[in-house]
Design a protein around this ligand. Structure first.
Ligand code: GLU
Length: 449
């Protein structure tokens, strides 16, 4: 692990001491602090007023009980979280995750990442994240609705279009946002469209929001490839996951002439000699809500389903990890390198382990970290808030072209910052520093709060 200077090491030690048993949060903070050494060397004033310590401490953390009734009449209890991390740039903004692995440390790491990601978009949004350890797998539609209503019954008092604006994440898509918005509206007696994003088109959602994270990650990787005179045409891509991010990453890459070799879910992955058939993935995941193993069964010849292995053993030129944190390890990075990978774009939040990132960077692989590469989702959420505030609705083309230019800007600011701080091509360094500087400038201006 690269070492930190004495002051930053002390800050990290304090973060670890105060947030015991939260390894993902420690990992996310360490990565940012590793980049900040160069900022502090150049601009020591950024360390004044305990600014870095303040950035590492969430403004508010809410933990609550979620009672709900299953279809057999049994009462169930889950735990809900909202970490309102930083509101220097705007209302807290960030998704809600429903997954059994959720705990306060996971939500904290996600909220921390979100703060810098949101700053990189250049939009007026602070950072936050929420969720529950609820497992939606196998739950009926009625159970999902009752759970979302109970979750929102508690959370609603902490939200508001100028206060905190959640959206989706793993396990939370259009259906869940609809149920939560309905309950918020009922409890508050306000049609406050801008309080949630990722809404359906029929009640204030934005065109291209569903596609935005995957499309945006593809645009980011396209911009990285362009720096080496390459593009997606003819490239073999492996996209892990098969949720919203993965599906629209595959769609955009395919439209640019790339070939999708494999995708996955938490049980296994599918490869298809003919290239992954996206309509079939959409049918399985968006309509039937089934497992990806169904793909091989429905497709027949040429398609194979593999359980237990690693999707990163499938040879490819471009890898787009779009499932979850720490899904791509050092071992996986070495396998990808052996097979000739040239670019990696993180669609998920922190999917590559620190060892994997180091291996990619040392080998000169173009590496787009999640807080930059997957910022298209939240950026389009901010466009949804804009449309809601002006009671307007933009066309798909208008929205997508705003998304494309935001992603180009994020790429360029990461690249120019990395160059300014002495390591051209290091998008991790560029993203961490550029995001930090934006948040830090605003925090300094607002005083010690
Ligand atoms: N959950 C997404 C993310 O990780 C989107 C957040 C949002 O749109 O607010 O950025």
């Amino acid at each position: 692990m690269p070492s930190l200077d004495e002051k930053l090491e002390a800050i990290l030690a304090e973060v670890i001491r105060r947030n015991e048993g939260e390894p993902e949060f420690h990992q996310a903070v360490r990565e940012v602090l590793e980049s900040l050494g160069r900022v502090v060397a150049k601009r020591p004033d950024y360390a004044d007023g305990a600014l870095i310590e303040r950035i590492c401490e969430p403004e508010r953390q809410i933990i609550f009980r979620i009672p709900w009734t299953d279809d057999r009449g049994g009462v169930r209890i889950n735990r809900g979280f909202r970490v309102q991390f930083n509101s220097a740039l705007g209302p807290y903004k960030g998704g809600i995750r429903f997954h059994p692995s959720v705990n306060v440390g996971i939500i904290k790491f996600l909220g921390f990442e979100q703060t810098f990601k949101n700053a990189l978009t250049g939009m007026p949004i602070g950072g936050g994240k929420g969720g529950s350890d609820f497992d939606p797998k196998g739950r009926s539609d009625a159970e999902i609705m009752r759970f979302c209503q109970s979750f929102m019954t508690e959370l609603c008092r902490h939200l508001g279009e100028h206060t905190d604006v959640p959206a989706g994440d793993i396990g939370v898509g259009g259906r869940e946002i609809g149920y939560m918005f309905g309950q918020y509206k009922r409890l508050t007696n306000r049609y406050e469209a801008g309080v949630l994003t990722g809404k359906g088109l029929s009640y204030g959602g934005s065109r291209a929001r569903k596609e935005a994270t995957g499309y945006g990650n593809t645009y980011f990787v396209q911009a990285m490839l362009l720096t080496r005179g390459r593009d997606f045409d003819g490239m073999r891509a492996v996209v892990s996951g098969s949720g919203n991010v993965a599906i629209y990453t595959m769609e955009k890459i395919a439209s640019l002439g790339g070939r999708i070799m494999a995708c996955s879910d938490s049980d296994g992955y599918v490869i298809d000699e003919a290239g992954i058939d996206l309509d079939l993935v959409k049918e399985i995941k968006e309509v039937r809500r089934e497992r990806i193993s169904e793909y091989a069964r429905l497709k027949g010849t040429g398609a194979h389903y593999i359980t237990g292995g690693s999707i990163w053993d499938v040879p490819c030129d471009v890898a787009m990890p779009s499932a979850t944190q720490n899904e791509l390890t050092g071992r996986d990075a070495r396998a990808l390198l052996r097979n000739g990978v040239i670019a990696v774009g993180e669609g998920a939040n922190m999917p590559s382990t620190p060892e994997a990132i180091r291996i990619f960077q040392e080998a000169g692989v173009l590496f787009g970290p999640g807080k930059a590469a997957n910022a298209g989702g939240v950026a389009t959420s901010a466009l949804e808030m804009q449309q809601n505030a002006s009671r307007d609705s933009w066309t798909f083309e208008q929205t997508e072209s705003r998304l494309a230019s935001i992603m180009r800007n994020i790429h360029d600011i990461c690249a120019s910052t990395a160059e300014e701080y002495g390591t051209p091509g290091d998008y991790v360094l560029g993203a961490n520093i550029a995001g930090f500087v934006r948040v830090a400038e605003a925090m300094r201006a607002l005083g010690v709060i």
